[in-house]
Design a protein around this ligand. Structure first.
Ligand code: AQP
Length: 343
């Protein structure tokens, strides 16, 4: 069975972008693939953070995975730092990663600028190596992500190929290994709609946890009133009617796309329904569709968080399963890299 891995950082409230770009698609994939979904807490420490908040956010994000429909009878759910192999593999892969590959990552350039350049943590630079480790550790075939992560997946692919070339094949066989490739080369899975959910206050910026204004995003746990208020106040334009794919109307395209997904309608149905609508008629329609879609998730989230022991057991079982797969990969790489192996 082909394998799929993905994760979300516990760096704040999970928002509609994380949900439509990633989590919602995981739920669809768990029937067809072996799936591992983790809370990437090691990634969350690359920028200054609050220690109390990290702990709470990690638990909340795990509960949200389950509330959104991740099913533990099909998927393994765990916390990244509970599987030590992620950090160890990152160190091993770092030795094969050219610094130049990391320095040209768009996210590093943007985030390090915000952190004052030279003062940014080394971890911000090496973040993509950890992400590559997260993926290749599980010999993953596919990684469902939003559009913003395409460049990091590309790096993971290049790195896996580089390590295969450097240490795999005959060289590995001579060291007692099975030879061939050490890592599978992963493919990104980017959804056709929802890959880039945009901010509610600026249709040209992606919806993001770190944007200073909470008005710019719908958090999955926002109350009904707050959702309605955010949609009522979100940025629109003064064109007549509503339409997809007009470059001069990024907000319109974004809001229609969100409506399309949460209402479960096709693009053609949305076009037919909304083409002559005013913003005044469309906004309540969108708010209602969002509330209807998110309400059951919020109810399940409350049930799951009420039972701490259950959640801990899920995460512990998930980490056990993940460790089994991860340790096998790590053993192979250590052997192929020429480490003296313990009996
Ligand atoms: N706006 C988005 N549209 C579609 N997909 C998105 N993702 C994030 N934002 C959008 C996808 O969500 C998954 C998990 O993201 P993450 O938490 O690991 O990444 P992130 O970039 O930290 O999330 P944010 O909210 O965008 O945070 P900041 O503010 O730090 O930039 C990934 O699959 C991602 O593609």
């Amino acid at each position: 069975m082909k394998r799929v891995v993905s994760g979300v950082q516990p760096t704040g409230s999970v928002h509609l972008g994380n949900y439509l770009g990633a989590i919602k698609n995981w739920v669809a994939l768990q029937d067809t693939y072996e799936t591992l979904f983790f809370i990437v807490d090691l990634h969350a420490i690359t920028l200054p953070y609050d220690t109390q908040e990290l702990r709470k956010s990690t638990r909340d994000t795990a509960a949200l995975y389950l509330a959104c429909g991740v099913d533990i009878s099909k998927a393994s759910v765990f916390v990244q730092s509970h599987v030590r192999a992620h950090s160890e593999l990152m160190w091993l892969l770092s030795s094969s990663t050219p610094i130049g590959w990391l320095q040209k990552m768009t996210q590093f350039k943007e985030k390090s600028r915000k952190e004052g350049g030279e003062n940014a943590a080394v971890a911000l630079l090496t973040y993509p190596v950890l992400m590559a480790s997260d993926i290749v550790l599980y010999q993953s075939d596919f990684v469902p992500v939003g559009d913003d992560q395409k460049q990091h997946i590309e790096l993971a692919r290049d790195l896996a190929q580089r390590v295969n070339n450097l240490y795999g094949g005959r060289k590995w066989k001579k060291l007692g290994g099975r030879g061939g490739s050490i890592f599978k080369i992963p493919e990104p899975l980017i959804p056709q709609v929802g890959a880039r959910v945009m901010s509610l206050t600026d249709g040209l910026s992606k919806m993001s946890k770190s944007a200073p204004s909470d008005q710019s995003r719908i958090n999955l746990l926002d109350s009904k009133d707050l959702i309605a208020d955010k949609i009522k106040r979100c940025k629109t334009d003064s064109f007549a009617g509503l339409e997809f794919d007009n470059a001069e109307r990024p907000e319109c395209n974004n809001l229609l796309s969100v409506y399309q997904i949460v209402s479960g309608k096709t693009k053609e149905e949305v076009i037919e329904e909304c083409k002559d609508m005013s913003w005044g008629s469309f906004k309540p329609l969108l708010a209602d569709a969002l509330i209807e879609h998110l309400s059951p998730i919020q109810v399940r989230y409350q049930e799951i968080t009420a039972d701490r022991a259950y959640l801990n057991k899920v995460l512990s079982d998930g980490a056990d399963r993940a460790t089994e797969i991860a340790d096998a990969t790590l053993y192979n790489l250590r052997q192929a890299m020429g480490f003296y192996m313990r009996d």
